[in-house]
Design a protein around this ligand. Structure first.
Ligand SMILES: *[C@@H]1O[C@H](CO)[C@@H](O)[C@H](O)[C@H]1NC(C)=O
Ligand SMILES: *[C@@H]1O[C@H](CO)[C@@H](O)[C@H](O)[C@H]1NC(C)=O
Length: 470
């Protein structure tokens, strides 16, 4: 028996499980002109997915008494809004699913309404992208008094997606393709889109309050919450001052700092590396410093092993963080570092596989460098790249330019990321530090982060150190 319900328009806007493969033709413009609507036949496989998905979405959160199913398909169109983003508009009849609880319906809307021959029209639009995604563009439930039911055409005209939603979806899609993101389920994709949206707002806030020339926005970390980002890529140990091993203070540089300096121009810096999903930044910061010290001593630029530190430095905590001061000591005790080639990076802790036969570079001691940015610059120009640490909050959304976040975004006492200072200078009158990061070359400016120099921004001056090679 078909049970009639009050005639109410139901407008659902949602996205559909991917019908396209990931990673295909990025060279197609993402924002082309919309195509014209194409009428779909009832047997269209994409349409089946859309309808199934709409039902699932509509019934989500309903209890078993209120489940509805599509009973009759009326019409559907498909329109390409942008390359690979289609808008489906569908009309279909729905009715309550007959179920064992039906006799218990007492206070539902259905009980209050006269049985009606007509079943409600189920009008919705669905987005299809090249990923698996659910996205509500409008409120899901729009039950209203029967008199407010618009006719089908009016209903269609009310479901124009907002410019903003189209834009967001486009950005998310572009993000997924660029960074090869694959989500395991509809729910996951759904959640990641919401996080992406929130992160865009944070990036906008950073952007509007930046005092430098930085651009913030979508990065490969845009689908991570702040907490996920911190626990995966950052190093909370760095702000636990009590854990730090005291080091001898470094003598200040002999002369004043030149106007600018960049160790990349002098062959002392290896290519940008990638720590992966492991809080091992401390190891990368330290190897970067030693690569520079070894180059200045020996004349050869080596790429040295972080995995050796992750596996064999028993004082530090591998992917859960570490401190450069401890790492120097561990390297001294071990007898040196192997090369990246001999002891390659895995991004998780494994059994220590160090052999002193393969030591490529050694260190003899380590030093703590001044906390004055002028002294730091002078030391850097004279002695080589410096292991430093900073508050990385703004780094999650950094794209390019000289970043100068306000203090509220970048508490100098909350240091959570270790990096390598390789140079400094000025860009359009804005003084900067050139910082080699370990999040791959697709981060920031070819893997580098540029931070304002002169206000101890983000605590960049708090933890400067270097190994010594005699
Ligand atoms: C640099 O290191 C290599 C390998 O350890 C060594 O053979 C070479 O003599 C060193 N060169 C200098 C100038 O110290
Ligand atoms: C520095 O350390 C290396 C390796 O441990 C050692 O062979 C060398 O003698 C040390 N140099 C000095 C000056 O102590």
């Amino acid at each position: 028996m078909r049970v009639g319900v009050r005639c109410c328009p139901l407008i659902l806007c949602l996205a559909l499980v991917s019908v396209f493969g990931l990673g295909e033709d990025l060279d197609r413009p993402l924002f082309g002109p919309p195509g014209s609507p194409i009428r779909l036949h009832e047997s269209d496989p994409d349409l089946k997915k859309v309808l199934g998905f709409a039902e699932e979405r509509y019934n989500r959160g309903s209890n078993a008494m209120h489940l509805r199913r599509v009973s009759r398909f009326v019409s559907a169109t498909k329109q390409e809004i942008k390359a690979q983003t289609s808008l489906y508009r569908t009309n279909a009849d729905v009715h309550f699913l007959k179920n064992i609880f039906i006799s218990k319906l007492s206070n539902s809307d259905y009980n209050n309404s006269p049985l009606n021959e007509k079943s409600p029209l189920f009008v919705f639009s669905a987005w299809s992208c090249l990923f698996s995604l659910t996205f509500m563009l409008h409120n899901q439930d729009q039950f209203g008094p029967a008199s407010e039911q618009p006719n089908m055409l009016e209903a269609q005209s009310t479901i124009q997606p907002s410019e903003e939603s189209v834009e967001l979806l486009g950005q998310f899609k572009e993000f997924m393709v660029r960074y090869n993101k694959v989500y395991s389920s509809q729910e996951e994709a759904d959640m990641r889109l919401q996080i992406f949206h929130e992160n865009l707002k944070t990036a906008e806030k950073l952007q509007s309050l930046d005092q430098g020339s930085a651009e913030y926005g979508v990065t490969k970390f845009s689908d991570l919450t702040e907490e996920e980002f911190r626990s995966t890529y950052l190093n909370p140990l760095l702000s636990q001052w009590t854990l730090h091993r005291p080091m001898k203070p470094a003598p200040t540089a002999k002369g004043p700092a030149p106007g600018s300096w960049d160790w990349r121009d002098h062959g002392a810096v290896s290519p940008v590396k990638n720590q992966g999903m492991c809080g091992s930044c401390w190891a990368f910061s330290v190897t970067g410093n030693i690569e520079g010290q070894w180059f200045l001593k020996n004349g050869t630029l080596l790429s040295l092993s972080e995995q050796e530190l992750v596996d064999c430095d028993g004082v530090d905590q591998a992917c859960r963080g570490g401190l450069p001061s401890n790492a120097y000591e561990a390297i001294e005790k071990l007898g040196g570092l192997e090369t990246e080639m001999d002891y390659s990076y895995k991004g998780h802790k494994q059994t220590c596989d160090f052999t002193d036969r393969k030591v490529a570079a050694y260190i003899n001691s380590s030093l703590e460098i001044s906390k004055d940015e002028k002294d730091i610059a002078a030391w850097l120009a004279e002695k080589g790249p410096i292991s430093v640490a900073l508050n990385a909050f703004a780094m999650q959304f950094y794209r390019k330019g000289v970043s100068h976040p306000m203090k509220i975004f970048c508490n100098p006492w909350m240091i959570d990321h270790a990096v390598l200072l390789v140079g400094y200078g000025e860009r359009n009158g804005i003084p900067f530090w050139a910082i080699k990061n370990s999040w791959g070359e697709d981060y920031g400016e070819e893997g580098y982060y540029y931070l304002y120099r002169g206000s101890n921004a983000c605590g960049i001056n708090k933890m400067c150190s270097s190994a010594v090679v005699n």
